[in-house]
Design a protein around this ligand. Structure first.
Ligand code: SDX
Length: 392
């Protein structure tokens, strides 16, 4: 076994790296980006500012932020041939699969982003993806809706333009809705990084072979797609809808989630690190209430969600296992109020997590981390002689 005596499934107790980007304390529900609390950043900063903070380590001055945004805007055109790849997908394709493919394809149109051996090369690769990724997100949604592909308006703010690209319709004046703009900005900040989660660890290990940034990000998007990870925000809404269709009996679904013979899990509950509350879920829950109230929307699934959360607080199974709502539990309720299709929810998670993935990849390369190559304990066959097919 080469000296390995124990393994750590899911790396539950294995540290993969040292990092100066995000600090979280699962017991106390603390989350900080570069030392700033998530509560303050969600309240006082905007998403592009937080992206700058994560990637470069400091909150930008106004001049630094203006230059960052204008460099990004200069790189916000996607090679038109990418549309041919998008065209090849059926409308029914899941947007996460489309987004991962288009992100990987960007390498072909931006080959200088693979060997980022200088700060300048790294900076160029970063502003290119921050400029092009929102276009891919908008095109992925518009493809699903059969809408023409577009470019929004670069005179708008970063998140403002994302909303315009996603929602503008031909022959219609697009009206910005500040409630939705503020809600999306806050959601993207809350999703921006989360230390060594599954998709970030994926981005790091793919990048550790010195594969390019965009192929590393494409791998991270694939990891995020899983329903145990970012895909949970779609699974939560599908679960809440199922409970509503079934008559709203939350107790019945709680029992299903506790029944070991039933594969059903209460999606949006539980977390590998947060063994108390997820501070992001607390903020998103308030934002969901505010957005629905401001928009005058009565969404029964929010009441079902609150019912589940309340019931879990006094349920021995959930309390014993410290299972509380996580970041994915309430976010989909806001996305739905914004008119975003449920299959696009995890794409929105990826949009938020992009600066985090970039910052972690950049740190991994700057620290010259070795190629990721874990060990194993072999439990297979001992040596045996080859058998001719006639003897098998
Ligand atoms: C994200 O890592 C990150 O930071 C991720 C993330 C980020 O920002 O990047 O925070 C984003 O992915 C949030 C999590 C989204 N996933 C879900 O909501 C899916 C449902 N949650 C579970 O699948 C689970 O809680 C995980 C995946 C989140 C955590 O899984 P762990 O740490 O591997 O825990 P586990 O599966 O070993 O569960 C421990 C116990 C088990 O019971 P016992 O075997 O001890 O009896 O708790 C039970 C589990 O069966 N359990 C659940 C449950 N989650 C755990 N039972 C019912 N419903 C659940 N949701």
């Amino acid at each position: 076994t080469g000296g390995i005596t124990t393994i750590d499934p899911g790396y539950k107790n294995t540290g993969s790296c040292e990092s100066a980007i995000t600090f979280l304390n699962g017991e106390e529900g603390i989350l900080r980006y570069r030392g700033y609390s998530i509560e303050e950043l969600a309240e006082k900063a905007d998403f592009l500012e937080v992206a700058y903070l994560l990637i470069f380590g400091e909150l930008p001055t106004q001049d630094q932020l203006n230059k960052f945004h204008s460099d990004i805007k200069e790189e916000s055109v996607v090679d038109d041939d990418v549309k041919k790849i998008l065209d090849a997908f059926p409308k029914s394709a899941h947007p996460m699969g489309v987004l991962s493919s288009l992100t990987s394809a960007l390498t072909a149109f931006n080959p200088t982003t693979v060997n980022v051996n200088s700060e300048e090369d790294m900076y160029n690769a970063i502003v290119k993806i921050l400029g092009k990724f929102p276009v891919l997100v908008a095109w992925t949604m518009r493809k699903q809706k059969g809408l023409p592909l577009n470019y929004g308006d670069n005179s708008l703010g970063y998140v403002e333009n994302i909303l315009k690209m996603m929602f503008e319709k031909p022959n219609e004046e697009y009206k910005q809705n500040d409630i939705l703009l503020n809600a999306l900005d806050k959601l993207l900040i809350l999703h921006a990084d989360h230390e060594q989660n599954c998709s970030t660890s994926t981005v790091r290990i793919v990048g550790s072979s010195h594969a390019g940034l965009y192929s590393s990000l494409a791998a991270g998007i694939s990891a995020l797609w899983g329903p145990l990870h970012g895909g949970a925000n779609q699974a939560v809404l599908e679960m809440l809808e199922a409970i509503k269709e079934d008559g709203g009996d939350t107790h019945k679904f709680m029992n299903k989630a506790k029944d070991k013979s039933d594969p059903f899990r209460l999606m949006g509950f539980g977390h590998r690190v947060y063994k108390n509350f997820d501070p992001r879920a607390k903020i998103i829950k308030v934002a969901a209430d505010d957005v629905l109230a401001d928009l005058g929307i009565e969404d029964p699934v929010l009441d079902i969600a609150k019912g589940l959360a309340a019931e879990a607080l006094s349920d021995e199974y959930f309390v014993d296992r410290k299972l509380y709502p996580n970041v994915d539990f309430y976010s989909g309720i806001i996305y739905r109020a914004m008119g975003i299709p449920v299959e696009m929810f995890t794409v929105m998670f990826a949009l938020g997590r992009l600066p985090g993935w970039i910052s972690q990849w950049k740190e991994m390369r700057a620290r010259k981390e070795p190629i990721g190559r874990p060990r194993q304990i072999y439990i297979g066959e001992t040596l045996r002689p080859f058998k001719e097919i006639s003897e098998r």
